[in-house]
Design a protein around this ligand. Structure first.
Ligand SMILES: *[C@@H]1O[C@H](CO)[C@@H](O)[C@H](O)[C@H]1NC(C)=O
Length: 388
């Protein structure tokens, strides 16, 4: 692993000369008006679960960060970086562990559509210059490492390591309804030698309990929240079932089975699942998911999505995920999403491109809308209860 040092700074100042700041404008609003974004999102739900990380070289201690729900496909919150603060929309992502936002030095089309961080305007900014490369289920970013103050909902996290992008190739970020990603998984998944946001907040004594929790709204644009330091009981019914984290890397747990009408259809004998707020859908091993598509009568369209007859939503059975002896049913109204012009899609998707070595599942927003989830770093457990 190499550090750029002086060389890096030279490279940065060169970029500065060649890239005019006037490129920074929002194309997203136009896209939204034209319905293109909606169309794109419907066909390309997010999967931010990390593939791998490669390093090329106030007083209560409880904080609520509200998130905006985009079409049930992404939940986006706002953070501020630097002094004075520069604002960014980020996904609070339990499937990764690093924070990054676009920089003014980024020349990819994606960066022209999004807010970009200008280090020259922040008095608390420190550059490390170390190159970074992050790969997500949906795409990649590369850039360099830096430190600055991060603020959200009253929390002030000083000297936080974060990434600034130089390149965001492909369509993944170009159409994204967020500027960057804020990872909340374990430090072992983060860029080597950096401390993730949650660990830094805890270390600085800023939060009351070593946990955070997500409530994801259904359809409503408002109302979604990630709470740090405490669990608000008004967001769920009954008691939380605490499930041990099976491998502290992702927020991963052991699942007992997946069944329909009492018959096991997948994960017989147990399997692993990752709880991921940064993934829109339910993702499983390819052959298993193909079988589930068959069971729920989802047919592959010419463009590769699995479509379902909307009128079957009221007749299809629940698909039941059993975890730690407790059943978590997912009804058809949750595993089918309605698109434009009366089309419906399956919310099951195949894990592609060797995302996981094993046959893991990713339980994304489809699952988390139904079940309020606590991510407890204090005793390495995940708490689940039906959401209100
Ligand atoms: C983990 O912590 C939660 C809350 O802090 C507690 O209710 C639960 O019983 C603990 N679970 C285990 C297995 O220790």
């Amino acid at each position: 692993m190499k550090w750029f040092g002086v060389l890096g700074l030279v490279a940065l100042s060169e970029c500065l000369v060649t890239i005019p700041l006037t490129r920074i404008k929002s194309m997203r609003e136009n896209l939204r008006e034209k319905d293109e974004l909606k169309d794109y999102l419907e066909k390309h739900p997010y999967n931010l679960a990390y593939k791998f990380v490669e390093s090329v070289d106030p007083d209560t201690g409880v904080y609520y960060e509200s998130m905006r729900n985009y079409l049930d496909l992404a939940y986006v919150g706002t953070i501020r970086i630097g002094t004075p603060p520069q604002e960014f929309k980020v996904i609070f992502d339990t499937g990764s562990s690093d924070l990054w936002v676009p920089s003014i030095y980024c020349s990819s089309p994606a960066c022209a559509n999004h807010n970009v961080f200008n280090p020259l305007l922040s008095t608390t900014f420190r550059v490390s210059g170390r190159p970074i490369h992050l790969q997500y289920g949906s795409g990649t970013m590369s850039g360099f490492l830096a430190y600055d103050t991060i603020r959200f909902e009253g929390l002030v996290d000083e000297s936080q390591a974060f990434g600034l992008s130089l390149r965001e190739p492909g369509k993944f970020m170009e159409y994204a309804v967020f500027d960057g990603i804020l990872g909340l998984a374990y430090p072992s998944l983060s860029l080597q030698g950096t401390i993730p946001i949650f660990d830094n907040l805890w270390k600085q004594g800023l939060i009351a309990q070593e946990l955070f929790a997500f409530y994801l709204s259904k359809k409503e644009e408002e109302g979604s929240v990630v709470m740090f330091g405490d669990v608000d009981h008004s967001y769920y019914r009954g008691d939380l079932n605490w499930v041990p984290v099976s491998k502290p890397f992702y927020w991963q747990l052991s699942m007992d089975s997946i069944s329909v009408n009492g018959a096991v259809i997948a994960c017989s004998g147990g399997c692993e699942a990752i709880i991921d707020t940064g993934t829109s859908l339910l993702i499983g091993p390819s052959s298993v998911v193909l079988n589930i598509q068959k069971i729920i009568n989802a047919k592959r369209s010419y463009s590769g999505e699995y479509m379902i007859d909307c009128s079957t939503i009221n007749t299809l059975p629940d698909i039941v995920f059993a975890i730690n002896g407790v059943n978590y049913p997912v009804p058809a109204s949750a595993y089918i999403r309605e698109g434009q012009e009366g089309t419906c899609y399956s919310n099951f998707d195949e894990g592609r491109g060797g995302l996981f070595v094993s046959d893991s599942w990713i339980l994304g927003d489809v699952f988390l809308r139904l079940y309020f989830t606590v991510f407890n770093r204090g005793n390495d457990t995940i708490g689940l209860a039906p959401a209100v």
